[in-house]
Design a binder for this molecule. Sequence first.
Ligand SMILES: Nc1ncnc2c1ncn2[C@@H]1O[C@H](COP(=O)(O)OP(=O)(O)OP(=O)(O)O)[C@@H](O)[C@H]1O
Length: 345
Amino acid sequence: MFDAPKTDTKLVEVRDLKMHFPIYTGVFRRHTGDVKAVDGVSFDIYEGETLGLVGESGCGKSTCGRAVLRLYDITDGSVKIDGTEIGRTPQGALRGKRPTMQMVFQDPQASLNPRMTVQAIIQEPLDEHTSLSKEEKREKVLALMDQVGLNRKFAGRYPHAFSGGQRQRIGIARALALNPKFIVCDEPIAALDVSIQAQVVNLLEDLQQEFGLTYLFISHDLSMVRHIATRVAVMYLGKIVELAPREALYAAPLHPYTKALLSAVPEPDPDLHDTMERTILTGDVPSPSNPPKGCNFCTRCPAVMDICKRQEPEYREVLPGQFVACHHYNDITDADAIRAASEAQ
Ligand SMILES: Nc1ncnc2c1ncn2[C@@H]1O[C@H](COP(=O)(O)OP(=O)(O)OP(=O)(O)O)[C@@H](O)[C@H]1O
């Protein structure tokens, strides 16, 4: 577990990123609307840190991670990785940048080609992006297997011969093959047995320390994110509603949605369990193709005000390092007043 961003160098800078998927209907497939999966998010990720990205299913986390890696042609906004603007770079011209940024997927079963051996799977990026000799590639693959805790004896086996946790290690080894700086981990443990989850998270942490990796760690598991992330961004319906250092976010969340999410996390201490206030959110999450006017959260917010239904709140740094998009904190700059506004909700 790391305590703070390791450096103040920004490796990833995302500004007003939008990823809208067009909806076509009817016989003539008319463009009738858009799914606003990511609708104007901005954040930085510092070199060597882990930014956690949390939120309910369907809020746009995976789309955001993929858009940052330019696995999609983004609708709008800017994404800078290691000083290079890649948001608008044509896909063909991104090739040289690909090795720097990689992804570890949620479902290791689905993301590994069942007809390829482990050797071939891990070697694939080396085939595509390097001119290493056959022997050099073989050696590199075996070294990667060592690094992720896979027995090199099994390099000739196929993915089905491995357990879920081992398959995720294969996916991690493949992601590491080109010595990336930045990895998007998209729910990397969600498909694994609970007993295996901690092992994979520990491996990701060890690799981060060893290679100075920077992670965007996407998860709906707030307890796991609390363990691994340096800072945490909370997403709701395509937008980031709060982003804060881990300690601040878990100890003193400001946004009503963050408070509701945290209050739903099971508290292992039975004494605290009884005293904790729980916020039960009512109503359904609106559709990202038809988000509400004003604040996206206004239809479910327990502290909703009139202005929330008319005007979108500004996303701003309310306390040092703590960014919030909520009308409750508009125009307040004094830290005590901000805390009072938070308690009053
Ligand atoms: N290719 C696509 N075409 C149309 N809509 C999409 C596409 N991909 C995602 N969406 C929609 O965008 C929204 C956000 O999806 P996304 O998968 O990013 O959410 P998520 O927070 O990662 O959810 P989960 O945790 O369930 O994966 C959802 O409403 C989803 O249906």
